[in-house]
Write a protein that binds this ligand. Structure first.
Ligand code: PXP
Length: 255
């Protein structure tokens, strides 16, 4: 059981708010520094093809300014590969991307994209990045990720979080079972397990309690919550909930 559970804070939506007005405020770099001070283990930024939030300049400034690791989320395109190879972030999470979507909808199809995606794992891995595939909790996608040599995957937990928030308990239970199965199976075949998307204070506990998961990546909810309670306090509370769920799970496993 991984006793340590890392928190990656995604600062994309600080840039979304900034871009609503143009200009430089609020600055995602300032948010990243505040997140680090509040206990984030890493910062996550998604450089989208349409640059709707994080910009190329943000990426450069983040890499320059923060002292904790940066995970770059990106689509599997030649343009993004070039950028990632140039800037060499600590980690890269490959995500599916469609221009018309509001956020990353669903996971990557590694099974069909096998040949195309392998080059990203190889080239970025050689550059020293920990490369993960953002996938649905599905054994075929886990097998495909392993077979292209990805060291890690991030499980898309958005559908589970949405079902729980909407009070669809049976659906949420079934989805959580799939996430648990994916975490167990993925670890067995040698993948590092991360999870993210749609996590809130109300949904973090059951995901954080899954012992194989080593990292949670959380963005939209924390940035929204910061409006009411401040970024520092929101991150601290999330961290506390994660740590409590994990330590309770460890205690239960020992009994
Ligand atoms: N992980 C990945 C791969 C994502 O694409 C996103 C959204 O950018 C997140 C985590 C964070 O999701 P949310 O903003 O819903 O917390």
């Amino acid at each position: 059981m991984a006793s340590e559970l890392r928190l990656g804070v995604n600062v994309d939506h600080v840039a979304t708010i900034r871009n609503a007005r143009g200009g430089g405020l609020p600055d995602p770099v300032r948010a990243a520094k505040a997140a680090a001070a509040a206990g984030a283990d890493s910062i996550v930024a998604h450089l989208r093809e349409d640059r709707r939030h994080i910009s190329d300049d943000d990426l450069i400034r983040l890499l320059d300014a923060i002292e904790i690791p940066l995970t770059l989320e990106m689509a599997a395109t030649d343009e993004m590969l070039g950028i990632a190879l140039r800037h060499a972030p600590h980690a890269v999470c490959i995500v599916p991307e469609r221009r018309e979507e509001q956020t990353t909808e669903g996971g990557l199809d590694v099974v069909s994209g096998h040949n195309h995606l392998k080059r990203f794992v190889d080239d970025l891995g050689e550059r020293g990045a920990i490369v993960s595939m953002f996938i649905e909790p599905d054994r075929a996608q886990l097998d495909a990720s392993r077979s292209i040599g990805a060291p890690a995957v991030e499980i898309h937990v958005g559908a589970y979080c949405d079902a729980l928030i909407d009070g669809k308990e049976y659906e949420a239970d079934c989805l959580l079972d799939r996430i648990v199965d994916a975490a167990e199976y993925g670890t067995k075949i040698g993948l590092k397990m991360h999870a993210g998307h749609g996590i809130t204070f109300d949904t973090v506990g059951p995901v954080a309690a899954i012992p194989q998961i080593e990292e949670l990546n959380i963005g939209h909810f924390l940035i929204g919550e910061a409006i009411f309670d401040g970024l520092h306090s929101s991150i601290k509370r999330m961290r506390g909930l994660m740590d409590k769920a994990r330590s309770n799970a460890i205690d239960e496993a020992i009994v």
